[in-house]
Ligand binder design. Structure first.
Ligand code: FE2
Length: 184
């Protein structure tokens, strides 16, 4: 189940607030301009599911979001614990960065941890199956998939070429508990 940690003091080792209440998580994030929804469906992803199967299963929600946010394209990313580049891919987004377009992810299965550096602290949100998160352009954040990544997610893009991480150079991410500590 998804879980939100709010660190108002970014130098504190402990979160000020922790909640697993889905509607509370959505409300807190909404106040901060972060989109968070749950998409329910009967679809069950299997090892045989293709990207097209997944995009088709969620086509209604994907099209709605594309219209709302102007996202031109959608694709599917699949991470498994035996992925040969898992460490490289994990490390790629472990430092604070921004994008010039929204980062939009829908978790078809598995989970991942977003850390959002907002005006009043860091919000760490563990996104799980059926969670949609929309991180607005230019929001400082980082992402941790853990050492044994295991998730399938739909990604929506305004422009795939524009989705490049611009690192802020801040070392803030190192001060926070990583995936293994927050999701155990
Ligand atoms: Fe990112």
């Amino acid at each position: 189940m998804s879980k939100l940690y709010v660190f108002n003091d970014i130098h504190a080792a402990q979160a000020d607030r922790v909640t697993e209440d889905q509607s509370e998580i959505a409300r807190i994030l909404e106040q901060k301009g972060i989109g968070f929804e749950q998409w329910e469906t009967d679809f069950e992803v299997t090892a045989d599911s293709t990207s097209d199967d997944i995009l088709q299963a969620y086509s209604g929600s994907i099209e709605r979001l594309q219209k709302e946010g102007g996202y031109e394209t959608a694709d599917v990313i699949n991470m498994t614990p035996d992925h040969p580049q898992k460490n490289e891919l994990r490390n790629k987004f472990l430092e604070e960065h921004i994008h010039t377009e929204d980062e939009v992810r829908f978790f078809v299965k598995g989970d991942g941890l977003f850390y959002l550096h907002l005006d009043d602290g860091v919000y760490a949100i563990q996104c799980c199956q059926n969670d949609l998160i929309r991180v607005p352009a230019n929001t400082r954040h980082w992402f941790d998939m853990g050492g044994s990544p295991n998730f399938t997610a739909v990604r929506l893009f305004t422009n795939v070429d524009g989705w490049v991480a611009k690192f802020t150079g801040e070392k803030i991410a190192n001060e926070f508990p990583r995936y293994e500590a927050l999701t155990k």
